[in-house]
Design a protein around this ligand. Structure first.
Ligand code: NAD
Ligand code: UGA
Length: 463
């Protein structure tokens, strides 16, 4: 059995590494058009930071796991082809700002059609709008070599930072398809390490829609608790206590109730916007509006956090140094896509704050790129004044202490564990007075910080 995966990103790389680890007899070839990314997969410094990933890749790479840019060759040789390319929100034309850009998926389908002979199973691993498989099937069927195809939907549910654990012990694996032989071939692969009762099979459209629905429900929980955090701040209720109280109801459950500065990541917003677009397409305007509110609440939460910093610091942060702890969209990943930190820092920069940023896994180049990107005009230009603002007011620091030195405030934007283990007396004595802490993740010991002398503000806590 030979497998090819098109797309060596946060999903393609780890997922295929896990399949290769668990199935030493299956040849797994991961391909990408991004030569730099492939070189990194073949090096000691993998392009994706994920706890436990290095060991999995090291075990299988060179045995039955390969990374290369030979997309045609890998497709031609494979029995089963996973499409794991990016499906970002469209930024142009019809559905701009909402619909998924399916350009990369369609290009893959065309390339598979062009190169294939015989029979192949094509697996949608990317997150796609419901009924995309229909278009994929049509493109594949118009090939010149009389090749035949089965199309399956096998969405990925891993979360970044816990990808290896999620892949090893998934709550479920979902496979949608029409041909029972094709479904069985994919079930057989996962069944090497996933209990059969956790492998769900459905029709194609249920599988495609379940992925969007799962992300929408998860994001909705975060927006729901964040909405309550605003009310807590106004009433002196404590959002963590409220979350604990409702989370012990077994019907509600304790997970995904951590109030925060706002959810980020490459998928929640994109997938909900995609759902909203689909609902509108099918004339379901009330349903579209319902889900759009999850995004609006998230935008409000990010804006509200930046505004709270400004109002608390005597209504001005202009020329004040603010230490930003954390840039990734959550801990244990180097991924910054849609990170709340980007939007909070944009708002603080607009107020002319001086930002000193530290993240244990994100490079300076990435941080600067993210800030430039978020300040682009609609025409994709970076106005000189914004470029100047970033140049003059942003410093990327080598550690937390350096970032906080002589700062007026610290804003915690990612819940990295290292932030909890610092010498806060040292931090306090190096800062300007009064020393403010804005804990956007509610991870610090607020009572201990107040004891030292800090003025502490947290999400969903009055004060
Ligand atoms: P990514 O951007 O990290 O990786 C996608 C890769 O595909 C890129 O390296 C890109 O160069 C490559 N690519 C694009 N077009 C190509 C082509 N024609 N030929 C070869 N390579 C091509 O994206 P990702 O985070 O891995 O996400 C991939 C898909 O999985 C998306 O649909 C996403 O919604 C979904 N997903 C992501 C996560 C996650 O945690 N990131 C989790 C579940 C599902
Ligand atoms: C999410 C889903 O959890 C995965 O199942 C899914 O496969 C993936 O999206 C995807 O399709 O890309 P991910 O975005 O990697 O995974 O990370 P999450 O743990 O879901 O966190 C998303 C965001 O919500 C982060 O910014 C996180 O800090 C925030 N969050 C999460 C909270 O603010 N509070 C919570 O209680 C949970």
């Amino acid at each position: 059995m030979k497998i090819c995966c098109i797309g060596a990103g946060y999903v393609g790389g780890p997922t295929m590494a896990m399949i290769a680890k668990q199935c030493p007899d299956i040849d797994v070839h991961v391909v990408d058009i991004n030569a730099q990314r492939i070189a990194a997969w073949n090096s000691e410094e993998l392009p994706v930071y994920e706890p436990g990933l290095d060991e999995v890749v090291r075990e299988a790479r060179g045995r039955n796991l390969r990374f290369s840019t030979d997309v045609d060759g890998a497709i031609a040789a494979a029995d089963m082809i996973f499409i794991s390319v990016n499906t970002p929100t469209k930024t142009f034309g019809m559905g701009a700002g909402r619909a998924a850009n399916l350009e990369y998926v369609e290009k893959c389908a065309r390339q598979i059609a062009r190169v294939s002979t015989g029979h192949k199973i094509v697996v949608e691993k990317s997150t796609l709008p419901v009924r995309t498989a229909e278009a994929v099937k049509r493109i594949l069927s118009s090939n010149e070599h009389q090749a035949t195809f089965d199309v399956l939907s096998n969405p990925e549910f891993l979360a970044e930072g816990t990808a290896i654990r999620d892949l090893l012990h998934p709550d479920r694996v979902l496979i949608g398809g029409e041909s029972s032989a094709a479904i069985e071939a994919l079930v057989d692969i996962y069944a090497r390490w996933v209990p059969r009762e956790r492998i769900l099979t459905t029709n194609l459209w249920s599988s495609e829609l379940s992925k969007l629905t799962a992300n929408a429900f998860l994001a909705q929980r975060v927006s729901s608790i964040n909405s309550i955090s605003a009310l807590c701040e106004a009433t002196e209720a404590d959002v963590d206590e409220v979350a604990r109280a409702i989370g012990t109801d077994s019907r509600i459950g304790p997970k995904f109730l951590k109030a925060s500065v706002g959810f980020g990541g490459s998928c929640f917003q994109k997938d909900i916007l995609n759902l909203v677009y689909l609902c509108e397409y099918f004339g379901l305007h009330e349903v579209a509006e319902y889900w759009e509110q999850v995004i609006k609440m998230n935008d409000y939460q990010k804006r509200r956090f930046a505004r709270r910093i400004v109002t608390t610091m005597f209504n001005t942060v202009s020329d004040k140094k603010i230490a930003i702890w954390g840039w990734a969209f959550k801990k244990d990943t180097n991924d910054t896509r849609e990170s709340a930190a980007i939007y909070v820092c944009r708002d603080l920069l607009e107020e002319r704050a001086r930002l000193h940023i530290y993240d244990p896994r994100v490079s300076k180049d990435q941080i600067i790129r993210d800030l430039q990107q978020v300040m682009l005009t609609q025409d994709g230009e970076l106005p000189p004044k914004k470029a100047e603002l970033i140049d003059n007011n942003v410093v990327v620091e080598p550690d937390c202490y350096a970032a906080a030195e002589q700062a007026h405030a610290i804003a915690v934007l990612t819940e990295w564990d290292v932030f909890k283990q610092l010498d806060f007396r040292r931090v306090y004595h190096s800062m300007q007075q009064p020393s403010f802490v804005f804990d956007g993740r509610n991870i610090l010991d607020h009572a201990a910080l107040r004891e030292i002398g800090f003025e502490v503000y947290a999400i969903g806590k009055g004060g």
